[in-house]
Design a protein around this ligand. Structure first.
Ligand SMILES: [Zn+2]
Length: 232
């Protein structure tokens, strides 16, 4: 029994850190967000709500500068003030904003948001737990392997999640009559911001797969839909 105590402690530590990290994220979002009220965006989210058969889609505005959208573990959807400003300035269209909302809805609907550890301390906890377990089994290199495994796992999970959320968004945008064009044009647009001096890459792109690959995946979907649902 004593042999397993450190492993047990590591698992408990991971669970506690995960809860703490989720709580801290929730509190941060509560304190710094308000409901988004924009008539043009609402008209679009209402169309998506109708396509989904829900009453409405609530979107929150998170008061930070980085250009980002996110889905909280409790299922709420957030756009950052930085992103919203791009829309207000006319740099990003309402349809393009709707495509971000559709993508985040995908993370919620597919259960990614809850499973995902949003902040760094959550991820770190998994790393520590894995390192402790593997370090016991294979002394020396165990920790190193654990770190690699944890990084690979997170990267794989998140890439897969992103493609799934994109596919969900494509389907929803098509069903709502908005189409996938704004989804694709937004990727290209955001990537264009990368070169514009200063701090470069928008956060929303950094946490996601390569723009080119995402557009290719959406086009592959469209080609498949065109084959499966021939236009009369
Ligand atoms: Zn995403």
């Amino acid at each position: 029994m004593l042999k397993f105590t450190p492993i047990l402690l590591a698992i408990i530590y991971a669970l506690v850190m995960y809860q703490f990290s989720a709580w801290r994220t929730r509190r941060e979002l509560d304190q710094r967000s308000t409901e988004l009220a924009d008539p043009r965006l609402k008209a679009l989210t209402d169309r998506m709500a109708e396509a989904l058969g829900v009453e409405r889609i609530k979107v929150n505005l998170y008061e930070i500068d980085p250009v980002n959208g996110l889905a909280a573990p409790d299922g709420r959807i957030f756009l950052t003030r930085g992103f919203f400003n791009k829309y207000r300035l006319g740099e990003v269209s309402a349809e393009e904003m709707a495509s971000v909302i559709a993508h985040e809805l995908g993370h919620v609907a597919l259960g990614h948001a809850r499973r995902r550890m949003i902040d760094f301390s959550g991820q770190n906890a998994v790393r520590v737990a894995l390192a402790t377990v593997l370090g016991r089994i294979i002394p020396g290199v165990g920790v190193w392997i654990a770190n690699m495994l944890a990084s690979l796992l997170m990267a794989r999970l998140s890439r897969q999640d992103e493609y799934e959320a994109d596919a969900y968004a494509s389907a929803l945008l098509v069903k709502s009559g908005i189409g996938t064009e704004p989804q694709k044009s937004l990727f290209t647009k955001l990537e264009g911001l990368t070169g514009m001096g200063g701090r470069g890459i928008p956060a929303w792109l950094m946490s996601h797969p390569k723009t080119h690959d995402r557009i290719a995946a959406i086009e592959a979907l469209e080609a498949r839909w065109a084959r499966e649902l021939p236009q009369e």
